[in-house]
Design a protein around this ligand. Structure first.
Ligand code: NAD
Length: 330
């Protein structure tokens, strides 16, 4: 990592941003955090700006004195009612931040995009690499693609090298067996999944899930309507942090786009029985309507060009998740 510099980390209260900020501080950097919420980080080299990315004065304040920017903050929602907020945070917010960034001419701008720009759930081919056509199906994925375009425009017009990282689905290991987790709750647990599908208005899925509900919490092995178990990448936040730090400092990353995530996808047919065994929760196998989730994304480019090597396999994450679950219960 380069010598002490001031790095702006947006989304500094978030899952990824807070860990990146702490890592940078540990290695002697000065850090400015920028988020709607406080990160709670207390460190003499840490400065925090609270506000929205689309608030001009907050963005101008945040970029002050920084020489690199990691734009990791975003609003994530798939609810139609959140559309206005989504575009304000992820598109307008990115535009305002980039305009302010252009004034300070950082040495590098790193942008957290998403595999939803492809999108992974309906790929043209697999494994999905960085040359896959970009055809998002969700408003969130569209905001990330528009963010990528804004970043490339900023790069061309300001001369600041930018790196786009298309993030895999990312979790703290401790979230995986927590029914309250924003992502892992509805992905793996029956009751949160019912609530999620009700929110999306997916009546057929709700009916199937309710049929399996015996009152007590259960894990769900999700399969598609033909019985194919879900498969997707779930990457540990710590491995994402390593990739982001490579994008910040590696000379070869300038101007590039990389898929960032675990090498192997998680096969739900193998993972869910293990999770059920370790938690002693009942397991419900449910064939949900539609094509389901089944993808494999290649991280070969970032491994070959930047030397990225993720270390947290899903099995390792689950072991940690079991400990965290036991701790929450005690
Ligand atoms: P997170 O939700 O934990 O953190 C995002 C942070 O951004 C939050 O602290 C939130 O307060 C802040 N934020 C949201 N809107 C804001 C606004 N308008 N102004 C200021 N701050 C705002 O998310 P994460 O898991 O740490 O994700 C980090 C990045 O990775 C995001 O850009 C996200 O879109 C992207 N991403 C995440 C995943 C995933 O599975 N977690 C997958 C693909 C891409």
């Amino acid at each position: 990592m380069s010598d002490a510099t001031r790095v702006l980390v947006t989304g500094s209260a978030g899952r990824v941003g807070s860990r990146v900020a702490r890592r940078l501080l540990e290695s002697g950097h000065r850090v400015t955090g920028f988020d709607l919420r406080s990160s709670g980080i207390e460190h003499p080299a840490y400065r925090e700006v609270l506000g929205g990315f689309d608030e001009r004065s907050a963005a101008a304040d945040a970029v002050g004195g920084v020489d690199a920017i990691l734009h990791l903050g975003a609003f994530m929602s798939w609810l139609p009612a959140d559309g206005d907020r989504l575009f304000r945070a992820n598109v307008e917010g990115t535009r305002v931040l980039l305009e302010e960034a252009a004034r300070v001419k950082p040495r590098r701008f790193v942008f957290a995009s998403s595999g939803e720009v492809y999108p992974e759930n309906v790929p043209d081919y697999q494994p999905i690499d960085e040359n896959h056509p970009l055809k998002p199906r969700s408003a969130y994925g569209l905001t990330k693609l528009l963010g990528e375009e804004l970043v490339r425009f900023f790069e061309r017009s300001s001369g600041t090298p930018a790196t786009i990282l298309r993030f895999s689905h990312t979790q703290d290991a401790t979230e995986l067996l927590d029914p309250e987790s924003f992502f892992s709750g509805p992905r793996f647990f029956l009751h949160p999944k019912i609530r999620q599908q009700e929110g999306f208005g997916n009546e057929a899925a709700v009916a199937l899930l309710r049929q399996a509900d015996e009152g007590r919490e259960a894990l769900v092995l999700s399969r598609n309507e033909t019985g194919r178990p879900f498969q997707m990448h779930i990457t540990d936040t710590r491995d994402m942090v390593e990739g982001i730090l490579l994008a910040l400092d590696h000379p070869a990353a300038a101007g590039q786009v990389y898929n960032l995530g675990a090498t192997e996808p998680v096969d739900f047919a193998a993972a869910l029985p293990r999770m059920a065994e370790l938690t002693a929760l009942p397991l419900k196998t449910i064939d949900l309507p539609g094509g389901g989730v089944f993808y494999r994304t290649s991280n070969a480019r970032i491994r070959n060009e930047l030397g990225y090597e993720p270390r947290w396999t899903f099995d390792r994450m689950i072991d940690e998740a079991v400990q965290a679950r036991a701790k929450r219960a005690s």
